[in-house]
Write a protein that binds this ligand. Structure first.
Ligand code: LIP
Length: 264
């Protein structure tokens, strides 16, 4: 079943908005933590599971031959060569604490299931509490409502950067040391708590750049296409001693500076 990137994008928008509404409704009714994952701080709520199930069901009905890779329910290989990579609620800790910075992230990719190698065709990041849906289709630009997004190209007062510290306490000292080295480039730092939104905000020029170790494919699948289509650069680099790949995201010049500063 073939489809253009724009058709895939439109399907993702429709499903992401419905999923976002479900997440919002469930949050109003009260959150229950279903389990901890990699560490006690790394949680999954009942809503994460329910929202992923909704997305998976809708995608399977619309495109039964495609593969699926989701944060909560794993994956299966399809036969079409297209895989949907889904984070039902990116920013689960924000969600659980009642913070508005969470988003549904849905991407359609082709080729490998490895984020360093796949080709993204469409990506949507929908933030129900912000009332915003960021979207991109390969070769069609990145958009927020009717506005075409564009990454920043200079930061005369220093770059407004975002980063994240993962859930594993053993990695915090190293990440803080990296942050110390990056600070001379920075105007200030933000920790938004949802990687998909960090990427969407770089695409929209609300942030100049972003870097974080230990992200998962579903955290960044949609957001990377937003940044690429907004004229930025995204890199996914070799894992560190803890097995955590490094994502660097920025406009072209700042990307080089961050790369040099973090990886030497
Ligand atoms: C989270 C990210 C967050 C990052 C965490 C985690 P989740 O995704 O978006 O920014 O620091 O490591 O991956 O678990 O909320 O979907």
């Amino acid at each position: 079943m073939t489809a253009t990137p724009l058709e895939l994008q439109d399907l993702a928008i429709e499903i992401a908005r419905e999923a976002g509404e479900l997440a919002r409704r469930r949050r109003r009714e009260g959150v229950s933590i279903a389990a901890s994952k990699s560490t006690i701080a790394d949680i999954v709520t009942e809503a994460d599971r329910e929202v992923e199930e909704l997305i998976r069901t809708r995608l399977a009905a619309a495109r039964p031959d495609d593969g699926f890779l989701g944060e909560e329910s794993g994956g299966d290989n399809g036969t079409s060569g297209i895989t949907w990579v889904v984070d039902p609620i990116d920013g689960t800790v924000n969600y659980a604490f009642g913070m508005p910075s969470y988003a549904v992230s849905i991407a359609a990719v082709e080729g490998s299931r490895d984020p360093g190698e796949w080709r993204a065709l469409a990506g949507v990041v929908s933030a129900p509490m912000l009332g915003e849906t960021f979207r991109a289709a390969l070769g069609e630009g990145a958009w927020l409502d009717d506005e075409r997004m564009q990454v920043t190209t200079d930061a005369p007062a220093g770059a407004l950067l975002a980063t994240g510290l993962g859930y594993d306490k053993n990695t915090h000292a190293g990440d803080i040391e990296t942050l110390t080295r990056v600070m001379p480039l920075a105007r200030d730092i933000r920790r938004i708590g949802a990687a998909s939104l960090d990427l969407a905000f770089v695409a929209a020029g609300r942030l100049d750049g972003y870097f974080e170790r230990g992200l998962k494919p579903w955290d960044i699948a949609a957001g990377r296409l937003l940044v690429d289509e907004a004229g930025g650069r995204t890199g996914w680099f070799e894992p560190d001693a803890f097995g955590r790949s490094l994502a660097i995201v920025a406009g072209p010049a700042l990307f080089e500076e961050l790369h040099r500063t973090i990886l030497g």
